[in-house]
Design a protein around this ligand. Structure first.
Ligand SMILES: [Cu+2]
Length: 142
């Protein structure tokens, strides 16, 4: 098994005029992004460390990508969130491991997941964040 430490920097752009709940004019604007380094890791136990450099609260959920599916293609529901079915884990607690209410601005969260070879997508599933561009692909090699 291989343990890889990676730190996707979660970044949020200027949001002074951004409605928190995602009102008109917000969807489609790519003010937020999620950057992963590295974007390719070896299969096995992977430690995910997420540092929120943005002003808003964020999270990172690990979802599998099916064949032919690209990051950013998931349909968001009326709530502005995507389906988390098949999630392999998430990082959504400030200064702690695992799932919680989100990683606040300036805080770090982490988790450990076991990933098989394949393509995955790291997403922030706070309402409207995915459609605003908070996703990145993670490739896992044998
Ligand atoms: Cu977010």
């Amino acid at each position: 098994m291989t343990t890889v430490d990676m730190g996707p920097g979660v970044m949020a752009g200027p949001n002074a005029r951004t409605p928190m709940s995602g009102g008109p004019g917000w969807y489609g604007m790519r003010l937020m992004r999620l950057a992963g380094h590295p974007d390719t890791v070896a299969a096995g136990v992977v430690s995910l460390r997420v540092f929120n450099t943005g002003a808003l609260t964020h999270e990172v959920v690990v979802l599998p990508l099916s064949a032919g599916q690209s990051a950013g293609e998931r349909p968001a529901g009326p709530s502005g969130r995507v389906d988390e079915a098949g999630s392999l884990g998430e990082v959504s607690r400030s200064c702690a491991a695992g799932a919680g209410d989100g990683i606040t601005s300036g805080a770090t969260g982490w988790t450990t997941v076991t990933l098989q070879p394949g393509r995955y997508e790291l997403v922030c599933n706070f309402p409207g964040h995915y459609t605003a561009g908070m996703y990145t692909e993670l490739d896992v090699t044998p």
